[in-house]
Design a protein around this ligand. Structure first.
Ligand code: ATP
Ligand code: MG
Length: 500
């Protein structure tokens, strides 16, 4: 992070300096257990605990300053060095905004460029963020979010990872309502804005898909004239965003959709296909007047073409040469866990663990990929609930159940009550018997799979993060301890009881 004194922090956040440590913090943490020597600890009221209770713990770990919403004193009644603000999260945003401004000014004074790239969309943000960071880090110091940090806390924390030496700052932007992306975009002022797709993720909270389109488009609305909006022309709601920006528009397409409106140019995937293992391959054509460059990705699933093209478009807008972009996209494996993560068990069972998260779009994409990868093998879909769908929940789960049958997936295991509509609709659609199972818990699903998986089977795990099927997938991916999967030992009693 850039150097900010406690007095400057108070000034930027409209806060009150309770006690000045006289030391400049060098990093920022919101979890007291992670605080390190020299850090700024942000005490915010959380969902489960109030961060103010851990100020002392953070100082014990070496924090030098706290950002709090009230005065906090040690056991002897002495106030901890702190800046006291009305709202710690808003204060983090103000600090992040000032950090970006100072980095930009400091680099400009040295004659150095600084490029901020914002990425949003209903699915694929983290995948695209990882791909883009992989490409950009070949060309200069790159800071990108940890994991899937993408909100009012995660974005400032990402910014605090950057300093005057940072060349590229990649920001993932998530939203659960109209105005959220606008807030984040005004904080980091991106030069390049990437919009991937508009889906029904969080449709319940948003109040409909049109509101999602409105919210995602706030990113391109925030760009200046010198900026570039990288938009997916193959999604009609995203393509329509070209009229909502002052920036240059760089469209991406895998289907030859033509650039329209003020779309200046396009990034194209020609001859797009997936190979036998589900890896996307295509010829990348950039609007640089050059020849197409082959890309053969290590990601799994046709849907990743959107993310690959978006990363290519953003890297091109940031000035990278086409050949380097294509090389890097071909070289990168999935960087974050539980995203179409493939494990080959020694007994010939293949596990695809995509249970990092789930919404209707990513569920459909994963199931299509499972069907594509089948090639005559027995396919299993082990599915848990898609959470946060609000009043659409039953309808969306029902639609997935129908899709499983239509895709001819061999076996369906539905785990957990919240996903029961999926099971019921699959039974109704296919009048299945043994092919379709429902289990209340992940432990029961584990027993069922251990008993019934056979060499050659291909098993997909997919659910929302909160359901935790990723851990079930991890347990099934462990090498069987017996001579075959059917004789694998039962799990230790203390394993996995918290999965659901
Ligand atoms: N274009 C796409 N269409 C459908 N599913 C996709 C697409 N891109 C990625 N996915 C799938 O969506 C899931 C989440 O991917 P990723 O983590 O990249 O998305 P995200 O937008 O960062 O999600 P979150 O909102 O949880 O941060 C994964 O299962 C991934 O395979
Ligand atoms: Mg994410």
């Amino acid at each position: 992070m850039i150097a900010l004194t406690a007095a400057e922090i108070a000034d930027i956040t409209n806060g009150r300096l309770a006690a000045d440590p006289g030391i400049v913090p060098t990093s920022v943490f919101t979890d007291s257990r992670e605080a390190v020597a020299g850090s700024l600890y942000v005490a915010k009221p959380g969902e489960n605990a109030d961060g103010h209770a851990y100020v002392g713990a953070a100082f014990e770990r070496g924090a030098v300053l706290a950002l709090t919403e009230r005065d906090v004193s040690d056991d002897d009644g002495r106030p901890y060095p702190a800046v006291v603000v009305d709202d710690a999260v808003i204060a983090m945003g103000a600090l992040a905004a000032e950090s970006v401004r100072r980095i930009r000014a400091a680099r400009a004074a040295q004659g150095e460029d600084f490029t901020v790239i914002g990425i949003t969309g209903s699915a694929g943000k983290t995948t695209t963020k990882d791909l883009l960071a992989g490409v950009l880090s070949r060309a200069g110091a790159t800071v990108a979010p940890q994991g899937s940090y993408n909100g009012e806390v995660g974005v400032p924390l990402t910014v605090f990872g950057a300093d005057e030496k940072t060349r590229y700052l990649v920001i993932e932007m998530g939203a659960t309502g109209v105005g959220h992306i606008k807030y984040l975009a005004e904080m980091v002022r991106p030069d390049i804005g990437v919009v991937l797709c508009v889906g029904s993720a969080h449709a319940g909270e948003f109040g409909g898909v049109e509101n999602i389109a409105k919210a995602k488009g706030e990113l391109v609305e925030a760009l200046g004239q010198d900026g570039t909006a990288v938009i997916n022309l193959d999604d009609a709601r995203v393509a329509a965003m070209s009229s909502r920006t002052r920036a240059k528009v760089l469209g991406t397409t895998a289907t030859g959709n033509s650039a329209s409106g003020n779309t200046a140019s396009a990034v194209e995937a020609r001859n797009f296909d997936v190979d036998h293992d589900g890896h996307p391959e295509f010829e990348l054509l950039l609007p640089d007047g050059g020849v197409p460059h082959p890309v053969h990705s290590k990601l799994i699933g046709a849907h990743h073409i959107i993310n690959l093209l978006a990363a290519a478009g953003a890297a091109f807008a940031a000035g990278l040469p086409a050949a380097d972009i294509a090389d890097s996209l071909s070289a990168q494996s999935p960087a974050s866990r539980w995203r179409m993560e493939r494990t080959e068990r020694a007994d010939g069972v293949t596990i695809i663990n995509d249970a990092y998260n789930a919404n209707p779009e990513s569920m459909r994409a994963a199931l299509r990929t499972l069907a594509d990868l089948g090639h005559g093998r027995r396919t299993w879909a082990v599915l848990g609930a898609m959470l946060e769908l609000g009043e659409d929940s039953i309808r969306e789960h029902t639609a997935v159940g129908t899709q499983v049958v239509r895709l001819n997936i061999s076996r369906l295991v539905v785990v957990g009550r919240e996903a029961r509509a999926l099971y019921v609709s699959a039974i109704q659609e296919g009048s299945w018997g043994d092919e379709c199972s429902f289990t209340e818990t992940a432990d029961e699903a584990y027993e069922l799979l251990q008993a019934e998986l056979e060499p050659g089977d291909l098993v997909l795990f997919k659910s929302s993060n909160g359901v935790g099927l990723r851990y079930l997938g991890d347990r099934i991916a462990l090498p069987p301890t017996g001579t075959s999967a059917n004789t694998a030992a039962a799990p230790a009693a203390d394993e996995g009881n918290e999965l659901l």
